[in-house]
Write a protein that binds this ligand. Sequence first.
Ligand code: E4P
Length: 224
Amino acid sequence: MEILLDTANIVAIKKYVDVINLAGVTTNPTIVKKEGKIDFFNHMKEIRQIIGQNAKLHVQAVGKTKDEFVQDAYTIWDEIDKDVYVKIPTTEQGLAAIKTLKNEGRRITATGVYTEFQAYMAMTCGADYIAPYYNRMRNMNIDAAAFIRNVANQIERDHSKSKILAASFHNVEEVNNAIRNGAQAITMGPDVMASGLGMPAIDKAVDDFKSDWESVYGKGSSIT
Ligand code: E4P
């Protein structure tokens, strides 16, 4: 299982690099916009430095045609590094770009996935990751959990190297369901991560242990 952060926020990335074995970071133009008018490539390079070369950095191409996606991809690899997974939307034009770039052995994430059909087409093009938008699918009355289950089964049947990188999570329950149903990787915003780890019940358990200890061994005492 791979857990990634869906953010371009340096503070959040630094924080969670120290908290979990972060598998990587995903961004898109909407996520980048939240940071203001950043120096894009330098910012991405800074994220790379924080997460390390072995972690996976996914950066989105912004074009709309095959040629624009391919050109964006080359620019991203030239300006950041060749290990970046370039995110390309799973449209006809995007699939044509994915097919071309995978034939060159490049790293690609097929994004903007709402349907199983898109996922299967991305698999045939050899996309390394397939990124379904979990919450957006649910909002469209699409069964996102069934999507993940079915695509994960197909990956297994085909012995495909593609992995599901589920994205667009708005709460922890959605994350759990995606993992439970077979997503090999998930990416969530720092807000969802924080809400999953900062539950009042967890805080209460920690407080209770501390106060029970102190009630026996004295206020302010600790094990060390
Ligand atoms: C992933 O990179 C997706 O673009 C992203 O998770 C979408 O999330 P949203 O539906 O919250 O915008």
